[in-house]
Design a protein around this ligand. Sequence first.
Ligand code: URA
Length: 240
Amino acid sequence: MLQAGTIEQLQSFAEIMADIVTDGLKNALGAERAIEPKNNTRLAWEELLKEARACTRCHLYKYATQTVFGEGPLDAAIVFVGEQPGDQEDLAGRPFVGPAGQLFDRALEAAEIDRSTVYVTNAVKHFKFIRRGKRRIHNKPEAGEIEACRWWLDHERALIRPPVTVALGATAARALTGKTVTISRARENPLTLDDGGECWITVHPSFLLRIPEEDRRKAEKKLFLRDLKRIKARAEELRG
Ligand code: URA
């Protein structure tokens, strides 16, 4: 039979133990909160990058210099998706650094989108080209190559979970929607992707570089700028 004093001692011992456990839990939870979720995202992204650098999902890795993976903050509100790296991107190992990238940068600036705040990637991560003498001429990726590479794009987007993803051109639109789209029609209204994010479709910057007539080029650049401004406004609206 326990004495009344013993019961009180046991009760206060139990209370002290409960406090210790609660404090321990609080500390543990606090510590967990202190580990930014983005740090886990960063670690996962780095693993993804490591794997992508050794990608053999299609044959394109055999001819390209290296995998050109996406870059940018992993909490970006906007993910831009191009087609595939070009000659300069293949050598530099970074997306959109060549002539199309320079036009893209100028357009972003005009739309007041800071490139360092957005994530930029491609539907296909290896440069596909035809060799002509010393030159390597861009060669459009086929459906099977886009499909094989979509695995990386899906994982990039799954980590970033952007409210807005932008398809720059038909290849990116196909990778994101699984469909062939007509840009002139598709650019007017965003689509909803499986994860609930919005997909905005616009032209590829290299399309603008290839327009020979000055008037038409100017008009198309204006439309591109209009799209970018809409995209920026929408991303701000969704992110709050
Ligand atoms: N064109 C693309 O689609 N992506 C690049 O990275 C460069 C040019």
